[in-house]
Ligand binder design. Structure first.
Ligand code: SF4
Length: 216
């Protein structure tokens, strides 16, 4: 890993942590199981929409057991407005069944076990363990972290798993969780997908703006 890349990562984290000290997960949840459900629902959907849906969902289904024994067709209707509802309902029910039947209703705090469960990919597992349990098992690479890491010159990879591996080498483990939160906030507020607001960005002096065609 070239030193310059580590230096760039350090500059990025210094500015991000100073700019967004309060950055945290935007998905409303009261426990790691609810966070897992919300994260499954957040695929291709805004966090705002997910929070609207889970407000009623978590009142209706209060425990993993309640989700596990839900009628699939009814659960589909309950999550319909988040999109891809057939798959999402199936994943949530399957995940809840596995948690109840194999783990006595408790989420395993182990990434290798988690990624084997229905609906749980590496990104979701990192969210559950990082935000739900405070365990830095990896770097959450969602669409914002992916785009910003490329623009800031931290990676040339396209694949989320490869980007995560590079970021894990670049960043100290204790920064993995907060780095993702702050990158996501910056991606939503300043370094937006279509037209980043570079003139308002505190990283404009050292950002190579890789792949950026038009900006404000
Ligand atoms: S300077 Fe522009 S491209 Fe670079 S991080 Fe800031 S907003 Fe994004």
């Amino acid at each position: 890993m070239p030193n310059t890349l580590k230096q760039q990562a350090k500059r990025v984290t210094q500015v991000l942590f100073k700019t967004y000290p309060e950055a945290t997960c935007a998905l409303t949840h009261a426990n790691p199981f609810q966070l897992a459900v919300a994260t499954i629902l957040s695929a291709q959907c805004t966090d705002e929409r997910v929070n609207i849906v889970t407000k009623d969902l978590f009142k209706k289904y209060k425990t993993p057991r309640a989700f596990a024994s839900a009628e699939l067709a009814e659960l589909e209707q309950d999550v319909k407005s988040t999109g891809f509802y057939h798959n999402k309902a199936k994943s949530i029910k399957g995940f809840a069944q596995a948690i109840v039947e194999e783990f006595r209703g408790q989420i395993p705090q182990d990434i290798d076990m988690l990624v084997k469960l229905p609906g749980i990919g590496r990104k979701t597992a990192n969210v559950i363990l990082g935000t739900g349990f405070g365990m830095p098992t990896g770097v959450v690479v969602d669409t914002h972290v992916q785009r910003l890491s490329q623009r800031l010159g931290l990676t040339e990879e396209e694949d989320a798993v490869k980007i995560e591996r590079e970021l894990m080498e670049l960043l100290p483990e204790k920064e993995w969780i907060q780095f993702s939160h702050a990158m996501i906030w910056h991606g939503r507020q300043i370094c937006i997908a279509r037209k980043p607001k570079c003139s308002a960005c505190p990283m404009q002096n050292f950002c190579p703006k890789v792949g950026v065609k038009g900006f404000e």
